[in-house]
Design a protein around this ligand. Sequence first.
Ligand SMILES: [Zn+2]
Length: 138
Amino acid sequence: MSADLTTFLRERVAEDEQIARDAATAFGDTWTVVDDAIRGSLEFTDVVAEPGSPAEYIAHYDAARALREVKAKRALMAMHRPIRAKDILGSGWTDDSLACEQETGPDDIAPTPFPCQTLQALAAVYADHSDYRDEWRS
Ligand SMILES: [Zn+2]
């Protein structure tokens, strides 16, 4: 399960990045609502920008933000890596279970299992994907 969740997250984040980069290439990376339209490098003149409108929402989640979120998710994934519990907890821990390297310290009584709740929370963003597994829900 652990490697699968890590792979799943890497693939979803890579998809997010590709979609954001494609959008940034086509429309610029920073979008704002001006008058009744979203303005990037290309104007979205057919979208009405009333408070709470799709245009306002789209501009709020522009490609620049999506790429910052990709960077943040990758940073979290780099911090929450698997490590053998016995490599952290020492010889008193004899099985080959995996622990979260970020959340398990040498003085802990028991390891934080991998994948940890942080990665499960990140994966929950993609709960509507066909490869998402219910056992990943935290
Ligand atoms: Zn963790």
